[in-house]
Design a binder for this molecule. Structure first.
Ligand SMILES: [Zn+2]
Length: 196
């Protein structure tokens, strides 16, 4: 089981900070240090990986270098793989994200198809990062069209090597009915079994 943490940039930008900190940057680093304690505990009790969710990184709300330092403050201290999930349009942050010291980057491609071109623009052939490619649309309240999902996988496979691809949903599925979520996961399983 993987341990999931909301990342320091997203947590801090979702909080009302009044007097203690004179700037948000210091708060982000403190939150990262606190999250590292949680991540270490999750590692201790057997989590196979830690996923850091940072949807706010794509909004440009924070200096990307601050977000990177905060994520790496956690990722560089752990022995298990670290996944960084960033959803949204990645046009302005993809080049930087590909340099973050994490094991897996997890992006949204189905509901945000422009991210495929953005990846193509910035991906370097020597890059050995694993990429989680969101290929079912978690905002869509029905099971996705199978051909569309397969096409998203093929489009990404034309850019990066098959061995570096992990197929998964765009984002979380808590807003969806159980049956729909299960249908989306079954679809991913079928496509994986085909060997894509
Ligand atoms: Zn997300």
């Amino acid at each position: 089981m993987k341990g999931i943490l909301t990342g320091p940039t997203t947590l801090t930008h979702s909080s009302l900070i009044e007097k203690f900190y004179n700037n948000r940057e210091n708060a982000i680093y403190d939150v990262a240090r606190a999250l590292l304690v949680e991540a270490r505990k999750l590692e201790e009790v057997g989590a196979c990986a830690i996923q850091i969710d940072e949807p706010f990184i794509s909004t440009g709300a924070e200096d990307i270098n601050v977000s990177r330092d905060a994520v790496e403050l956690i990722s560089e201290e752990l022995d298990i793989p670290v996944i960084l999930h960033v959803c949204g349009d990645l046009e302005n942050v993809m080049a930087d994200l590909l340099d973050f010291h994490v094991d897996i980057l997890d992006f949204e491609f189905s509901g945000m198809p422009q991210n495929i071109n953005t990846l193509k623009k910035h991906w370097k052939s020597g890059c050995d990062k694993n990429i989680g490619i969101g290929c079912v649309n978690t905002k869509l309240k029905e099971v996705d069209n199978e051909d569309d999902v397969r096409q998203t996988v093929i489009d990404v496979k034309n850019i990066i090597k098959k061995d570096n691809i992990i197929i998964d949903p765009d984002c979380g599925m808590r807003m969806l009915e159980d049956e729909i979520s299960q249908g989306k996961l079954d679809l991913l399983k079928d496509i994986k079994m085909e060997g894509i």
